[in-house]
Structure formats: C-alpha cells, structure tokens
Design a protein around this ligand. Sequence first.
Ligand SMILES: [Fe+2]
Length: 239
Amino acid sequence: MSYLSPSPVDARPPAVHDFYGPIHKGLRFALCGLLTRLGAVDPADGPAVAAVLADLRLQLSISAEHLDHEDEEIHHVLEARAPGASRALAQDHAHHRASFVALRAAMAAVEATESRGPALHRLYLAFSRFVAEDLAHMAEEEEVTLPVMQALFTDEELLAIEGRIQAGIPPEALLTYARIMAPAAHPGERLAMLAGVREGMIREGAPPEAFAVLLAHGVRPVLADADWDALAAGLGVAA
Ligand SMILES: [Fe+2]
C-alpha cells in the first residue's frame, strides 16, 4: 500500500460548522461600541461615566467567560488531536487576562478622582489596545484555527462542542449574550441563530414562555423596527 493513498479520514470532506462566527461578531459589536462610548462620554458627567463603566465591567466579565469557554471546550479537544495547535491561542488568552486586571485598575482610577478627564483618557487608550489585540486574536481563530478544527472534527462533533459551551451559560446570562449577538448578526444569521435557540430550549424542556422572555428582553430592545419585524415573521411570532 502506498503511503500516498488517501486514508478514509483524508477522504472526508471538511466540516463546515462555524462555532466562532456568531459569538465573535457579538463581541466585536460590544467592544467597538464601548470603545466609542468611552471616547465620547463627558468626563464631567458623573452618572454618564458610571453607566459606561458599569457596561464595560459587564463586558469584561463576558469576555473573560468567553476565554474560559474556549479553554475548556475547544483548546483541550484540539490539543488531543493536534498537539501544539492551541499553544499560541492560550498565550493570547493569558495576555488578555492580564489586560483585564490592568483595565479594572484603570477603571478604579477613574472612579477615585473628581477630575476624571486624564484618567478616563488613559482608560480609553488602554481599552483601545485590548480591543485591537482581541480583534486580531478572534480573526486568527476564525482564519487559522477554525479550518484546522473543521478538518479534524465532524460537524456533529463541532455542534456538540458548541452545545456544551451553550449549556454552561446560566439562564440569566443568556439575555446579555442575546443583546450583543442579535444586533451583530445579519438577518439570515439572526433568524437561524434564534430558531436554533428555540429548538434547544424545547429539547431541554424549558417552559414555552422562556423563549418569549428572551425575545422581549434580549432581542426586541436591541433591534431596529424593520429588523425586528423580519425576525418575528421568520420565527412566526407576533411582532
Ligand atoms: Fe480565543
């Protein structure tokens, strides 16, 4: 037998499921929006600054949770089939975690002073560096890591990885994820994503009103009227 003969594994067409796309679009939407708000908020307006900082704290906790999900559910299984393939990603994640500590310190510095302008500008610049690094990191995951995963795993396995990540999100956090993922997706992606969420809820025995609550509080408030109308029609729910 020739060593050049394709093995049955080689003959399998690559998987196509993309578990990075929807959540990464949501993270980009949230991070870029917060960066813009941090630059535009009036340093003299205490309540407005406090509101941006509260949203930034929430986003950093979501970003940290996202790194945990990838470490626990993606990097382990990738390492098992391709040793070394997740090393650079893990280094990026460690660097991101150090950035979270520095950003929390920069937020505390804003809160510790009455003349917030300089501290707010330092926070803005530090956050801009983090956003730049995270944007590059997520693109690397989608352009380099995803094709490797799709060659090594079947679509069923990739869907199972995604399912384990979603199952680990507490119900109360689902609204936060919906608020950044729904407006970041294009209409077709948004409909497919929410139809999938509804199927998952039904499968897991969630009460029927759970999906209605998710739509009313996590999706409707963050969509333009035309986008909401199209989504509601696609899902077959009242607009
Ligand atoms: Fe990552």
